[in-house]
Design a protein. Structure first.
Length: 118
C-alpha cells in the first residue's frame, strides 16, 4: 500500500471537483498496488520524460500523472488533467511541457484569446 501525496496543481484541480468526483478519483488513485502498476492494465500507462518515469491513471474524465517514489513507498500526483485537453495531449506525447500549458485549462485564457480577434 502506498502513501499518496499531491502537487499544488493536482490538489487545486481536485478541489474544483464535486465531492462524489473527488471520492471517485481518490478511490482509483489510492487503491493502486505494485501489481496493478506493473500488470499493464488499460487504464494505467507509463511515460518516460527525461530520467523520470510517470504513470498515467485514467479515471472517468480525468488523467492523473504521477510518479512512484520508491524509498518512501509514495505515489506523488504531479498533474490531474481533464481528458481531451491540450495539456493532457502535450504531456502524454512527451512534447515540451511548461507550466504555461496549464493556462489552457482556465476560461480566462480562452477569453483572452478571443479578445485578441477583436
Amino acid at each position: 500500500m502506498y502513501q499518496v501525496t499531491f502537487s499544488k496543481q493536482s490538489m487545486a484541480e481536485l478541489n474544483k471537483l464535486d465531492k462524489l468526483s473527488q471520492l471517485e478519483v481518490m478511490e482509483a488513485f489510492s487503491s493502486l498496488t505494485d501489481e496493478k502498476l506493473e500488470s499493464g492494465l488499460p487504464e494505467i500507462g507509463k511515460i518516460h520524460r527525461g530520467k523520470k518515469v510517470y504513470y498515467r491513471l485514467r479515471t472517468g474524465d480525468f488523467r492523473i500523472y504521477f510518479e512512484v517514489i520508491e524509498d518512501k513507498r509514495t505515489l506523488h500526483a504531479h498533474y490531474i488533467l481533464q481528458q481531451h485537453t491540450l495539456a493532457d495531449f502535450v504531456f502524454r506525447f512527451k512534447l515540451p511541457f511548461k507550466e504555461e500549458t496549464m493556462f489552457e485549462q482556465e476560461d480566462n485564457f480562452w477569453h483572452y484569446l478571443e479578445s485578441l480577434k477583436k
